[in-house]
Design a protein around this ligand. Sequence first.
Ligand code: FAD
Ligand code: NAI
Length: 469
Amino acid sequence: MGIQKFDIVIIGAGPAGYVCAIRASQLGLNVACIDSRPTLGGTCLNVGCIPSKALLISSHKFSEAKEHFAKHGIQTGEMTLDLATMQARQAKWVEDLTKGITYLFKKNKITFFEGQASFLGQAKVLIQLNDGHTQQVEAKHIIVATGSVPTELLGIDIDEQQIVSSTGVLSLKKVPEHLVVIGGGYIGLEMGSVWQRLGARVTVVEFLDKIIPAMDHGMGQTLYKQLSKQGLGFKLETKVTGVKKTSKGVTLFLEGIKDRQKSELSCDVVLVAAGRKPLTAGLGLEDIGVKLSPQGHIVVNQRFETNVSGVYAIGDVIPGPMLAHKAEEEGIVLAELLAGQGGEVNYGAIPAVIYTQPEVASVGKTEEELKASGIEYKVGLFPLTASSRAKANGQTEGFVKVLAGTNNDKVLGVHIIAPEAGTMIAEAVLAMEFSASSEDIARTCHAHPTLNEAFKEAALAVTGHAIHI
Ligand code: FAD
Ligand code: NAI
């Protein structure tokens, strides 16, 4: 077929690309989107956010039923696990949601090409279609939204059977006896929790002296205690120096970062979760001169323009947190800019949530960041042990921390560790979007009895006036 022309061509149909495509189409632009995956939604819907959360809720229900129902006076008898049904449920929701994006593409008249894209020129893209044919497309604006892939560790080859990435760990056929997770970040703790709840012994090997290192320190400490209590094992300040596959499983060779103490750890499955890196390979960016950062991100300005006119980038492939909602915001803002509207992403108000139990959620600055930049702040802390709803729920592990400027009381950061922290944080994000002071929150009526009252109490605690502590 001859060259097809569009206003916008988007490479990648993840949260950055598909949301950008829908918004641009809503604004009257003629849009094409390309993805090598047959199903839409990118990493997030296919092998990321959605399947991991489906397994998190299933495994949570299993562990609740096994370990906590009796406290509520509910006797269940012997519990058994039907992993195949649990996996099938996960796959069904992934299928439903990816089909939902296909429907939205049709509804918005977005042309989808299933294949591998690469630049032929700054306004021209070649698609190696999955059906074996090729197609060329041209557009005034070409957007790279190719996302990210797991970071590989030197000498550790992922086979997705014994040594797995975040993708392989989602579809293990049986519960491992011992799962070793390399990396105490988002994926390691979420997927470590899943398999620990389902019966595996789990050991997390983390390079640094703490887990979730980018989060406010207090949250990492509390989460570490809670996950340890649940049965997760940790080897902090430890690096993996080698891995050997044996007939029985895998042996990891470890070394203490400080004491250089060498040790070995045997397991049946290893999950490598040591971060993700931007995916730009095979796009031919070097041929058209698009600049990359030393870390491999595409360098863009505030309008998501690369150094090459007409070429833009959004989502995990550019710097910033590798989160679906950050990618979506960028997709919407870029579509609006290309349609001639204004807009920008408020990077100071992007929440981050780790869906362990309790959940960890954060927005704005951490105490460590405020100290490092010399900003004076006050702290309002409210423990869940003082929340009536948390007590009634029997889940009092955690707290809400509000950080507010000493001079103007403006909310600078909110950090929550609580059973529903991921939902609770939305209120804090909204408050920060509206430049709220801690007093604004403290004077806002919150329904009783809810966990969100802890947010109001933490805001009251900024001036030492919390009612329930
Ligand atoms: P992606 O979703 O990676 O999409 C990029 C798409 O581009 C892919 O479909 C890929 O096939 C396609 N592509 C790449 N190169 C080409 C090419 N040359 N030609 C054609 N197509 C191409 N984030 C959250 O906010 N919340 C969560 O709970 C969460 N959970 C996660 C759990 C896991 C296990 C993982 C791995 C990630 C999770 N994330 C989560 C992160 C989230 O998935 C990413 O931040 C998000 O998907 C990034 O969106 P994106 O559109 O930039 O890239
Ligand atoms: P991560 O960056 O969250 O954590 C990686 C951890 O591995 C860090 O603590 C790091 O210190 C450690 N590490 C790095 N190299 C190591 C080594 N050689 N040995 C031992 N430890 C090492 O990365 P992760 O968990 O792979 O997730 C990637 C990204 O995906 C996240 O940063 C996040 O952006 C996204 N994600 C988001 C989720 C959510 O929003 N709930 C869930 C899952 C992923």
